[in-house]
Design a protein around this ligand. Sequence first.
Ligand code: NAP
Length: 259
Amino acid sequence: MELAVVTGASSGIGAESVRRLVELGYTVVAGARRLERVQALAADLAPGRVEAVALDVTDPASVSALAAHVGGRPLHVLVNNAGLSRGLGKIEDAPEAHWREMFETNVFGLYRVTQALLPALRRACGVPRATPRGDVEGHAHIVNIGSIAGFETYVGGGGYAASKHAVRAISQTLRLELHGEPIRITEINAGLVETEFSVVRFDGDVEKAKKPYAGIDPLVAADIADLVHFAVSRPAHVNIDEIVVKPVRQARVALVARR
Ligand code: NAP
């Protein structure tokens, strides 16, 4: 059975991506800091198909432990999903701790996990795969969860947008550096998705967290997991470079048509 890794699998887009990858036949190593949540997700799916691991992408030792858990197995899919935003402070007064946490998680975490798992991804390239369309060449796939904040900025979103612009730069650089190897790089960039994202941004204030999604029929995590499913299930010669997806009522980060 082929192996996938999903970071940030305890909630939202990550948890739904685990479900979709299991549907596609993968065994999924699912990591997050809230291990009990990932274990509950594993228990909800077919036995043995999800390996729940404690993972803090900001901690190099934790990322090394993830790589050790994968061990000598070939890794076919890595979904770099772990990420967060903190606050809506303007550059003139946003706490440095918020910026550091966003960069440590969204940028350094993604870089660290990718670096640690590249040997396992390369191992998958040497494993011929027979797919329903007759592909046999071995290949691997990195899916980075970016954001439309990687294309635009907004007032109070300087730190988050800077981190997601960096994710975009990393995806594009990986595509150059891995050129010639059968490793696909896909970036999925979403607008407003109703997950725990805003609860984290507003430090647990659930009422405040509902506001960005009010009256706009936001995307849900399953909408993004569908795109992960689509990207990884293309024939071996097809690379979906990037996908931008928004609710119909959202034209730009901060331009939404509320009911
Ligand atoms: P979410 O429900 O808050 O999920 C975030 C996930 O990231 C959680 O599983 C969390 O797990 C994990 N995470 C955070 N810090 C981590 C760390 N240090 N180590 C390991 N895991 C960590 O939010 P979401 O919307 O699904 O977010 C997933 C990704 O989508 C993020 O990269 C986000 O930037 C991106 N995104 C979200 C939206 C949106 O509107 N929701 C739009 C565009 C892009 P633990 O807390 O248990 O560690």
